[in-house]
Design a protein around this ligand. Structure first.
Ligand code: ZN
Length: 275
């Protein structure tokens, strides 16, 4: 079973293990890439996290997450910018290939999604020089529109690429199939992302029917309605050669199973996406 090119987003086993144990388990299963979350790093301390990554020979496909730029006032927006700079410093220490951005929704009390999107654009511009100075590019992750209110007012790959295009180099996209699989323009926009050299990450899981929880009921690849082999062909045709990251939040299913079973299943289903 092939593990080369597979990355495990550590949210997938967040209930089973702390970061050092999760990384060690990935190594045992022959996995060589991970994507940790900030709270998982904070729980053990940055130095311990860096040592665990290094000792297990892991590479870091991304760091989750920065973003959350919109805020009700200037002080709030500045606090978000400062927090993103700290996230970039942590990402650099971990050797992460990019900082994954969940850009944020509408500020409290606002009904102006256009203004929120402008705050995202301005926040990205404010953080970008720091990203360049530490050598960690910014990966805008468009989220499914059901999250536009509270998590991300950037919802399509086209919108993300347009934003990145206004900012220049060192900004790209994290393409998470869960969020973009429904978009009739997605094939064309994946090709565009490749042409513009902006694909910084590729995340997979599956869309379950029915989905029982808007956040914590993501499916294991192969258990839902997304044609993942087709997505793989599109991503490869766009020239992307980086890792494929499995990222699953699953409060009632995968988070309740033994971690080794989860990793074994991830490897098997990752292999199935090549069929
Ligand atoms: Zn993702």
């Amino acid at each position: 079973m092939k593990t080369e090119g597979l990355s495990i987003n550590l949210a997938t086993v967040r209930q089973q293990w702390k970061l050092p144990e999760a990384v060690e388990a990935c190594r045992r299963h022959g996995i060589t890439w991970v994507d940790p979350w900030r709270d998982q790093v904070a729980a053990v301390g940055l130095d311990t996290a860096v040592k665990a990554i290094k000792d297990n020979g892991m590479r870091v496909s991304g760091y989750c997450r920065g973003g959350m730029f919109p805020a009700a006032d200037a002080a709030g927006r500045q606090a978000a910018i400062d927090d993103n700079k700290r996230a970039l410093d942590e990402a650099a220490a971990l050797g992460a290939k990019c900082l994954v951005l969940v850009v944020g929704g509408l500020p409290q009390g606002s009904r102006d999604i256009g203004a929120a999107r402008q705050m995202v654009q301005d926040g990205l511009a404010a953080v970008l020089p720091h990203a360049r100075s530490v050598g960690v590019p910014l990966a805008i992750e468009p989220l499914h529109p059901m999250y536009a209110g509270d998590r991300a007012c950037v919802n399509t790959l086209k919108q993300s690429l347009d934003m990145a295009g206004q900012l220049g180099d060192d900004v790209g996209v994290a393409i998470d199939v869960y969020h973009v699989w429904w978009d009739p323009e997605v094939e064309a926009q994946i090709a565009r992302a490749g042409r513009e050299k902006r694909i910084l990450g590729y995340h997979i899981c599956d869309w379950l029917v029915p989905t029982k929880d808007l956040l914590l009921d993501r499916g294991m690849p192969g258990d839902g309605v997304v044609d993942l082999p087709r997505f793989r062909r599109w991503i490869e045709a766009a020239g992307y050669t980086g890792p494929t990251e499995i990222e699953i939040f699953s409060a009632k299913d995968w988070w309740t199973r033994p971690g080794d079973e989860v990793l074994e299943t991830c490897i098997a289903r990752y292999n199935d996406t090549f069929k």
